[in-house]
Design a protein around this ligand. Structure first.
Ligand SMILES: NC(=O)c1ccc[n+]([C@@H]2O[C@H](COP(=O)([O-])OP(=O)(O)OC[C@H]3O[C@@H](n4cnc5c(N)ncnc54)[C@H](OP(=O)(O)O)[C@@H]3O)[C@@H](O)[C@H]2O)c1
Length: 348
């Protein structure tokens, strides 16, 4: 089902933003993960081009954030931009970033959870609730979940006065979700990809390059698990918002394959495996890479799309997920409950 049939894998975010200019003008938008050579900066630039009321940019490296803010301000001096330091690996940083945002914004129309990373070496971390998890899961999912939970009252507040379905949380997931279901029995990836219950194994057809381990650590499987979590989080959040009667929806997107800082920790083999996922071997530009996020955040027609599973987009169009495990309502509910326990919080 196409909401804007003219958009495809080469459409640029700036073009999409111009199409949805009236949805962006006057709105308060929060975006995480802002670095000069990343999708987050391209997303922020596209939003800034359409006169948002407030652009709140949260990321972990102050100097990179400052460079992006200065670039955007130079191009769009009238857009009010607030920079926030946010390290999704630290509960304290997440809480203080969320408190700062909550103190300056009385509502949040769109929250774009774009920050994320990949790792090639094992870095287990203990959650506040005592579960040991992979650092990719901790940053990409747990940090994003906590940050979202703390901002949710302001998202719900925005929805109270907004057209139906225009208030949104967008999780930047990935087609890499197909690499792994949630490893409920082994969040830290101590066991080999197939040495877990059947429902937690990579589905048939995943290439050896993606399943490979370095020093016993299957990094891409860990990344895949974290991206499945981003999608299940969006799916369950959408369901719970609806159940709570809130006028807000949650969307997950796959940006495409873009040459960014994401591969910085990978070895040559890892980078080659990523290159292999680019359509016809061609990377999207940053502007093209941000396009699907802008559709997810602002296309008014998405509010009318009714789906059983996650509202998932790729190449600017609604798509079914590539792995059924990322559309499983039982897994989504279980992940939510286990995430709350890991973080020692209750959300919605
Ligand atoms: N590039 C692709 O082909 C591709 C494909 C599918 C999905 N994605 C997804 O797209 C999103 C953006 O990635 P990208 O490709 O633009 O990569 P990127 O250039 O590395 O950008 C990731 C951003 O997240 C930030 N970040 C990383 N760890 C963080 C933490 N602990 N706390 C706060 N911020 C943190 C990074 O900040 P620093 O630079 O300061 O570390 C950076 O600003 C990610 O969620 C990624 O999984 C990318």
């Amino acid at each position: 089902m196409a909401t804007h049939a003219e958009f495809n894998n080469t459409t640029a975010a700036t073009e999409v933003a111009a199409t949805f200019g009236s949805q962006i003008k006057g709105r308060t938008v929060v975006i995480t993960g802002i670095s000069p050579e990343g999708i987050g900066a391209a997303t922020a630039l596209a939003v800034a081009s359409q006169e948002p009321a407030n652009l709140i940019l949260a990321s972990r490296t102050e100097s990179k954030l400052a460079t992006v803010v200065s670039d955007i301000s130079e191009k769009y001096p009238a857009v009010p931009i607030k920079s926030i330091i946010l390290d999704l690996a630290s509960s304290d940083s997440i809480k203080s970033a969320a408190a700062e945002i909550n103190s300056v914004a009385d509502h949040i129309d769109v929250l774009i959870n774009n920050a994320g990373l990949t790792l090639k070496s094992r870095q287990p971390v203990k959650t506040p609730g005592g579960t040991t998890v992979d650092l990719q899961f901790s940053i990409n999912h747990l940090g994003t979940f906590l940050f979202t939970s703390l901002l949710l009252p302001k998202v719900i507040a925005a929805g109270a006065n907004a057209p139906k379905g225009s208030t949104r949380v967008v999780n930047v997931g990935s087609h890499a979700h197909r690499l792994s279901p949630i490893r409920f029995s082994d969040y830290a990836l101590y066991r080999a990809p197939y040495d877990v219950p059947e429902a937690e194994r990579p589905p048939t057809g995943v290439s050896d390059a993606m399943i490979r381990s370095i020093d016993g650590y299957p990094g891409f499987i860990g990344y895949g698990q974290s991206k499945t979590a981003n999608i299940l989080h969006a799916m369950e959040l959408k369901r719970r918002l609806e159940k709570a009667g809130a006028n807000a929806i949650a969307v997950a997107v796959h940006p495409g394959t873009i040459d960014t800082g994401l591969s910085r920790d990978l070895d040559e083999g890892g980078r080659k495996a990523i290159e292999g996922t680019a359509v016809n071997g061609v990377f999207k530009t940053l502007d093209q890479g941000a396009a699907t996020t802008i559709v997810g955040a602002f296309d008014p027609k998405l509010a009318e799309v009714e789906v059983e599973g996650p509202l998932y987009l790729a190449d600017c169009q609604y798509r079914t997920v590539l792995g059924a495990h990322a559309a499983d309502p039982v897994a989504a509910e279980r992940l939510w409950a286990e995430t709350e326990k890991m973080l020692e919080i209750t959300c919605l």
